[in-house]
Write a protein that binds this ligand. Structure first.
Ligand SMILES: [Zn+2]
Ligand SMILES: [Zn+2]
Length: 207
């Protein structure tokens, strides 16, 4: 499982799981793409229901251990406005601290969990952001990209704005075909490739 939703989503989680005929005990691992409240709000409850381990980057693991509510800086006007609102709402976003049994800060093969895929560190949205790249080319990238109506796929929030491009370059070179962002519908890697080529720092030859 990747990420665990915002606060009080455990009942919805159980409903959706039942629809897929999956038992909570079938989940061995929850991979956390990053420690923002909308990805870990229900993590403590869901971890307990599943009795599973949590995997995160050491930086994000520390945030979750301390229960720190991080409000990310905006990369555009929309993001900056949301950042201000988030700071006001911070006390409402408090989550139960969670311990991560596995911490990962380099490429990590998921074969031991029966998954044909790997974890890649993809900093930018946060310092310790992780992505999951499956063998079929599907990349689950958390908030490394977003697909929101009328906006580019560049995320509206980022702690390290320039690193977004380097991480995009990494997942592209690693063979990602389809991007599954945490916010919005999946989209083709071509949107990322085109954005990078416009920057002129990255070249991928003829497709
Ligand atoms: Zn985020
Ligand atoms: Zn998010």
């Amino acid at each position: 499982m990747i990420d665990a939703g915002s606060l009080r989503k455990e009942k919805l989680f159980l409903t959706l799981l039942a629809k897929q005929h999956i038992s909570p005990q079938d989940i061995d691992l929850i991979i956390i793409t990053h420690a923002h409240f909308d990805h870990i709000g229900s993590l403590a409850a869901i971890k307990e229901i599943c009795g599973c381990h949590v995997l995160a980057h050491p930086v994000e693991a520390q945030i979750m251990r301390e229960g720190e509510v991080v409000i990310p800086p905006g990369t555009n006007m929309l993001g900056s406005a949301a950042n201000c609102l988030g700071k006001i709402a911070r006390p409402l976003l408090a989550f139960k601290p969670v311990e991560s049994e596995i911490t990962v800060d380099c490429e990590y093969d998921l074969g031991e969990f029966g998954v044909n895929g790997k974890i890649l560190p993809t900093p930018g949205h946060t310092i310790g952001s992780l992505s999951v790249l499956l063998g079929n080319g599907n990349a689950l990238v958390g908030d490394l990209a977003a697909n929101l109506p009328g906006l580019t796929v560049y995320p509206p929030f980022a702690e390290m704005p320039d690193e977004i491009y380097s991480s995009w370059d990494l997942i592209l070179r690693q063979g990602a075909q389809n991007i599954f962002p945490a916010h919005g519908r999946p989209f083709s890697i071509n949107r990322i490739k085109n954005s990078l080529e416009k920057l002129n720092c990255f070249s991928y030859g003829m497709a």
